[in-house]
Design a binder for this molecule. Structure first.
Ligand SMILES: Nc1ncnc2c1ncn2[C@@H]1O[C@H](COP(=O)(O)OP(=O)(O)OP(=O)(O)O)[C@@H](O)[C@H]1O
Ligand SMILES: [Mg+2]
Length: 483
């Protein structure tokens, strides 16, 4: 286990000739009850270190904190240095698209200036996004100050001082492809080197025509060798679903499909181990394994649980050296209350009609690493075990199936969908982690398909078909204080 670097206070004490024993006995650091239970860290240092390693709500921008994306970064790197090639990153909500795009953009952008970053929203259009890009490339926030040597492209964007507000609005509305290409070209040529432009949340672009215009823009930028690399990000299962049938841009695009689940166990553990290591803490095997199992590969949950776990340790009344199962159970409850409200509402809508029975059906669907699963197997392998855990009478299979059907209806928020007859999956994979988190907070353990232990080891098919791993059989919630 990595030791924490000495804190600035620690270094100061050493400079002042105080021994580590005197230092440990100090009433201000590592003394537990005062809310600073991690040895060597003042609150300020703790927060700084934690924020450096753990970011549940903001994308990663630096290479050293982006885990499990080596292959994708290499593909992006090759595309960036290949003239006329652009990039499209797609995958599940929360899979890490923005983090990958921003990290790559910062890594490969020339030393001067910043990469351009813009995001689509309901109120945006092709014209407004291009306008934003050109304005950022110019690095001028006040459009009025833009020099008057702009050509037709710039003028069409309304990027000229003499344009009235009305004229600007009109020209942005009517911006055509040639004018957009010319404007991006002009602005890019005024910068040194190849500019990287990230266009995020492409799925929010409301009209199909605007999406097609972007596909055309990519072609134009490539054909005219404009010195920019565009990096698009969007939620989707395929590039086709995002470009909505516009195929001609495909050969200009490097497609980066993020995997589902987005991170492996090893990736999840890299986040956990580097955060705990930076704080000089060990973590017990069981909570370490459970974080990876609960998170379902979604880095947001790994960061969130890890953040809450470290805060629990920091606020403990004793000096803490190890993150234990007890801290973990508290962290799970803390994490649950911090999860974005959109997920909570989706869960509530799905289960509110008859919380008891729907909740357990939903838990059963989220129990396994396979994203699509056969109804019968969900019932036999997961549902029956869960009902035994909660010591309640199970529904019969027919009623169970009709619950699954209801969970696909709009009354239940269509939380599930049917990929083929007799099978179900979550309509959004990110929700699976939330469902697991709720079950965990109530003492019901899902996703036990890996052996407990320090390294990942998937259960064999035979073990899986027998349901829960023997290590967990007959064990109900026994961790922590049992609350
Ligand atoms: N490769 C990674 N390694 C470590 N953490 C990651 C990685 N990718 C993403 N994260 C973390 O996961 C969370 C979600 O990442 P990000 O915002 O990049 O996902 P996204 O796919 O863009 O989400 P959305 O679909 O909501 O736009 C963030 O907290 C981010 O810090
Ligand atoms: Mg994003």
């Amino acid at each position: 286990m990595r030791r924490s670097r000495p804190s600035s206070t620690e270094r100061l004490l050493v400079q002042q000739g105080l021994s580590s024993v005197e230092y440990q006995g100090s009433s201000t650091i590592g003394s537990g009850g005062d809310g600073m239970a991690i040895q060597g860290f003042t609150q300020e240092e703790f927060e700084r270190t934690l924020n450096e390693y753990v970011s549940p709500s903001s994308p990663i921008e630096s290479f050293e904190h982006l885990v499990g994306r080596q292959k994708q970064l290499e593909k992006i790197e090759e595309a960036i240095i290949s003239p006329g090639r652009h990039i499209f990153i797609y995958g599940d909500r929360g899979a890490g698209k923005t983090s990958l795009a921003r990290t790559a953009a910062y890594k490969h952008h020339p030393a001067h200036g910043e990469p351009v970053y813009t995001a689509c929203g309901r109120g945006t259009s092709f014209a407004s996004i291009v306008r934003d890009i050109v304005s950022q490339l110019d690095q001028r926030s006040e459009l009025r100050s833009i020099d008057r040597t702009l050509t037709a492209g710039g003028k069409a964007l309304g990027l000229e001082g003499s344009y009235s507000e009305l004229e600007k609005a009109k020209s942005v509305e009517n911006l055509d492809l040639n004018a957009a290409t010319a404007a991006v070209n002009e602005a890019a040529l005024r910068r040194q080197g190849r500019s990287i432009i990230v266009v995020d949340e492409f799925e929010n672009l409301p009209t199909i025509d605007d999406r097609h215009l972007f596909a055309e823009l990519i072609k134009q930028l490539s054909d005219r060798r404009v010195p920019v690399s565009m990096v698009f990000c969007g939620i989707g299962k395929s590039l086709d679903s995002l470009l909505q049938g516009h195929n001609s841009a495909h050969r200009y695009l490097e497609e980066i499909a993020l995997p589902a689940p987005p991170l492996t166990f090893t990736g999840c553990w890299e986040i956990v181990d580097s955060a705990s290591g930076a704080l000089g803490l060990k973590i017990e095997d069981t909570p370490r394994l459970r974080i990876a199992q609960i998170s379902d590969g979604f880095p947001h949950y790994v960061h969130l649980i890890c953040q809450k776990l470290c805060w629990r340790a920091f606020r403990d009344s004793e000096v803490v050296h190890e993150l234990t199962s007890e801290f973990y159970m508290d962290a799970i409850r803390d994490a649950l209350s911090s999860v974005e409200s959109r997920l909570r509402s989706a869960y509530d809508q799905a289960t509110k009609k008859d919380r008891d029975s729907y909740e357990e059906v939903l838990w059963a669907v989220a129990d396994h690493f396979e994203l699509q699963r056969n109804n019968r197997r969900i019932y036999d392998e997961s549902y029956m075990r869960i009902m035994e855990d909660v010591q309640r009478k199970p529904l019969d299979f027919t009623t169970f199936q009709s619950h699954l059907t209801s969970l696909r209806s709009s009354r239940h928020g269509a939380i599930l969908e049917m990929p083929r007859r007799g099978w179900v999956q979550f309509s959004e994979n990110l929700i699976r982690g939330y469902v697991r988190l709720v079950a965990e907070s109530k003492g019901v353990r899902l996703a036990l398909e890996h052996e407990p232990g320090p390294e990942p080891k998937a259960l064999t098919a035979a073990a899986r078909s027998q349901g829960v791993h023997p290590a967990y059989q007959g064990r109900r919630y026994t961790w922590g204080s049992g609350r």
